[in-house]
Design a protein around this ligand. Structure first.
Ligand code: NAD
Length: 499
């Protein structure tokens, strides 16, 4: 792992990351990859001031010109995809394919945002008054703060960033304290685009540090929108602070995602989707599959196929091309997984396979585990909570309506899916009586969304939507304009006033 060489390819001076107070470790082997200086409260204050000035400039740029800036950024990402993808792998431990996938997602989002920069449409609305016209305009909103989680260290920021820039909003980014180096690399690549486009300074700023910096951004009324990704616990602390100042919050919080496998399902397809969704990123995706509801008629068969697939999973360094399961982020994640497995056993669960630490001899400072498959007699409190590790709870069901009720019977509402070849079952699942999640898939697992759709979840997942569709509206303010081109002044609702 030659961090220095990677950093210099990406335009950051890795040698300067040696003396700071914030230690960054690679989950691959626990080695320290950087010591960064945390940003102070005063530095955050200056960043907010600079973003405000940048906003006053950027809002005057026509949106397609802002799109051109994002196009240039997308080019930088294309050129540096390998290096940035590798840095993602080293810093957060996801396998190479997933690290590269994150960067590809950024590129895709840039392309999407460039097109969008010419489509920030408002409506024209029929007026009830003669010779009047109504229309909506979407204007830049102001400074945006992005608070991000460790498990998608770059893509989630890019979802927000590319849209915010085309919408005319500068961005202050507070990345996870566990993955700040990738944030500095993204920022450096964007600075190249800024130079090529001769764009205003400070459209992107990065603040390094933890929760207190995030809390400072949340409380500051000059931040028009806080887009925060992380645990539901974090959202519970942050949301009231933003609401108290009538700021806008876009929350992408915890998930507890489920799949229903019906008796008509294509089991071979279901097994592939389950394994990818449950063990990908070592179960550390917001959309990871955590609960599996299987029709009693196919439960034994599916469990046996899954146990077979789990037994042959290559676990090891995410830098090795053959690895499918990399490490957990740190010792806390491992401890949380072990605690969950103990509780599952106490609740009457049966560990079908996995759950052990491996490679501890070769990598004592890293936490590799075999993904766990646990049969549960019922949906206990443990099953209803998110443990950020590769544990899949399997429960049987008889009636589809009951399985849907169980699936919806958790506080989170991010992602869900059904495997079925029965059209009635599929339609019920995606109907208003079906899944209550922001994402409801048919014959596809709950994780691995495309950028074209709006991404996000309901209930304790926070209700935010990012990425595709009309998610851009969160980054703009709507103004309704009514024009009178008559020589009268008729009032709405036919009201007469002193005439
Ligand atoms: P975390 O909540 O520990 O931290 C997330 C970010 O919030 C970090 O940058 C952290 O410094 C900051 N933060 C923490 N407390 C804060 C506070 N009170 N005020 C302001 N900022 C604060 O989450 P994590 O462990 O990095 O990530 C895992 C969690 O994120 C999981 O729950 C996962 O489901 C969730 N997640 C959700 C999505 C989504 O799109 N819904 C995507 C990725 C991760």
């Amino acid at each position: 792992m030659d961090i220095q060489a990677l950093c210099s390819k990406l335009g950051i001076d890795g040698a300067s990351f040696a003396t700071g107070d914030l230690q960054v470790h690679s989950p691959i082997d626990g080695s320290r990859i950087a010591s960064l200086y945390s940003s102070t409260q005063a530095e955050a204050e200056r960043a907010i001031e600079r973003a405000e000035r940048a906003f006053f400039e950027l809002r005057n740029w026509p949106a397609p010109k802002r799109g051109e800036l994002v196009r240039l950024f997308g080019q930088e990402l294309r050129q540096h995809k390998q290096a940035l993808g590798e840095l993602v792998t080293i810093e957060c431990g996801k396998i190479r394919q997933e690290g590269l996938g994150e960067v590809q997602e950024m590129i895709d989002l840039c392309d999407f945002a460039v097109g969008l920069s010419r489509q920030l449409y408002g409506l024209t609305i029929a007026s009830e008054r003669p010779d009047h016209r109504m229309m909506e305009q979407w204007h830049p909103l102001g400074s945006v703060a992005v608070i991000s989680a460790f498990n998608f260290p770059v893509a989630v920021w890019a979802w927000n960033f590319a849209l915010a820039i085309v919408c005319g909003d500068p961005v202050i980014w507070k990345p996870s304290e566990r993955t700040p180096v990738t944030a500095l690399a993204c920022h450096a690549l964007f600075q190249r685009a800024i130079a090529s486009a001769n764009a205003p300074e400070h459209l992107s700023q990065v603040l390094i540090g933890g929760a207190s910096l995030g809390a400072q951004l949340a409380a500051d009324p000059r931040i028009a929108l806080i887009s925060a990704t992380g645990s539901t616990r974090m959202g519970r602390a942050l949301a009231p602070v933003v609401a108290a100042r009538f700021g806008r919050a876009l929350l992408e919080l915890g998930g507890n995602n489920a799949m229903i496998v019906t008796k008509s399902a294509d089991l071979a397809l279901a097994v592939r989707a389950i394994v990818f969704s449950a063990v990908g990123t070592a179960g550390q995706r917001c959309t990871s599959l955590r609960r599996l509801f299987v029709h009693d008629a196919v439960r034994a068969e599916l469990l046996s196929r899954l146990a077979g697939a789990y037994a042959s999973l290559p676990i090891g360094s995410p830098l090795d091309a053959s690895t499918l399961v990399g490490p957990l982020i740190d010792a806390h994640a491992f401890a949380a997984m072990q605690a969950a497995l103990r509780t599952a056993a106490a609740d009457g669960g049966t560990l079908e396979c996995g759950g052990e630490r491996v490679l501890a001899g070769a990598r004592p400072e890293a936490f590799y585990v075999t993904p766990a498959l646990v049969s549960m007699p019922q949906q206990t409190e443990l099953v209803r909570s998110e443990t950020f590790a590769p544990i899949l709870y399997v429960l049987g069901y008889h009636e589809l309506e009951a399985a849907i009720a169980l699936q919806n019977g958790v506080e989170q509402g991010l992602s869900s899916s059904i495997f079925t070849t029965d059209m009635r079952e599929a339609e019920l699942f995606v109907s208003a009586r079906g899944s209550d999640c922001g994402i409801a898939n048919v014959n596809i697992g709950p994780s691995g969304a495309e950028i074209g759709g709006a991404f996000g979840g309901e209930k304790a997942t926070g209700g935010g939507r990012e990425s595709g569709s009309d998610a851009w509206r969160s980054y703009m303010r709507r103004a309704t304009n009514t024009f009178n081109y008559s020589s009268q002044l008729p009032l709405a609702q036919g009201i007469t006033f002193g005439e």
